[in-house]
Design a binder for this molecule. Structure first.
Ligand code: C5P
Length: 232
């Protein structure tokens, strides 16, 4: 299974996003497009970045009734993206409908990844507000297992959870892990971070890296360092 660094394009507008990508000459980093850029610029920004030769993880975290998610996924798979995600909290029926919707006429489809619990959700909030009276770590693992059972390709998780997810759901079940920082780098709002090297040791398949690359003085050098440390 191909391992890679995915650069989070957390920009508001197309202009700054494309200017950032222009800085890369021969390399075409795998990129993540999130809600801000997608809602601001629409599907055209996805087509434009795809046409430049980048692989794309569309991070829209769908969560709705199975019929709606299935139809929305069918539209998204027409964009030629490589990876997309949804909330495992939508349930197995929704996840299966999403997979069906994503599958193109020729049988190909983007990878489908599940969000288990958002890292912004604390165990206390999950128990008190979502009324899930279980330890958070157990819920994350059970949701990952539900996603695997529904036929999904993997989960978004902390690099700290990658090993346990692989043990529970299989080595081929992908772990896509944000919260990555260079040794000694600014952690910003991320609470529990890992270096690219440590994430690789824990078995992460893809690391999602934003500000350590997008806000570096030399983004190309930061990307190259990330690749070097993660892929060895
Ligand atoms: O700048 P930074 O490296 O923190 O960016 C990480 C990216 O991964 C952001 O786009 C953020 O929204 C996303 N993400 C995250 N934690 C999650 C899920 C997604 O940081 N649990």
């Amino acid at each position: 299974m191909a391992k890679d660094v995915i650069v989070a394009l957390d920009f508001a507008r197309a202009e700054e996003t494309l200017a950032f990508l222009d800085g890369f000459k021969d390399e075409k980093p795998y990129v993540k497009i999130g809600m801000e850029l997608f809602y601001g610029e629409g599907p055209q920004i996805v087509r434009e970045i795809e046409a430049r030769g980048h692989k794309i993880f569309l991070d829209l975290k769908l969560h709705d009734i199975p019929n709606t998610v299935g139809k929305a996924m069918a539209v998204l798979s027409g964009l030629d993206i490589d990876m997309v995600n949804l909330h495992a909290a939508g349930g197995s029926e929704m996840m299966k409908a999403a997979l069906k919707g994503l599958t193109r006429a020729d049988g190909s489809r983007p990878l489908l990844i599940a969000v288990t619990q958002l890292t912004s959700t604390t165990e206390e909030v999950m128990q008190r507000e979502l009324l899930i009276e279980r330890p958070l770590a157990e819920v994350v693992m059970d949701y990952a297992e539900n996603a695997a059972g529904a036929g999904l390709d993997g989960v978004v998780c902390s690099p700290r959870e990658a090993r346990a997810v692989h043990e529970r759901c299989g080595a081929g079940f992908l772990t896509v892990t944000p919260g990555v920082r260079f040794a000694g780098g600014d952690t910003q709002d991320q609470k529990r971070v890992m270096t690219p090297e440590a994430a690789a040791r824990e078995g992460a398949d893809y690391i999602v890296v934003g500000r350590p690359i997008t806000q570096a003085a030399d983004p190309q050098a930061a990307y190259a360092r990330c690749i070097r440390e993660f892929l060895g």
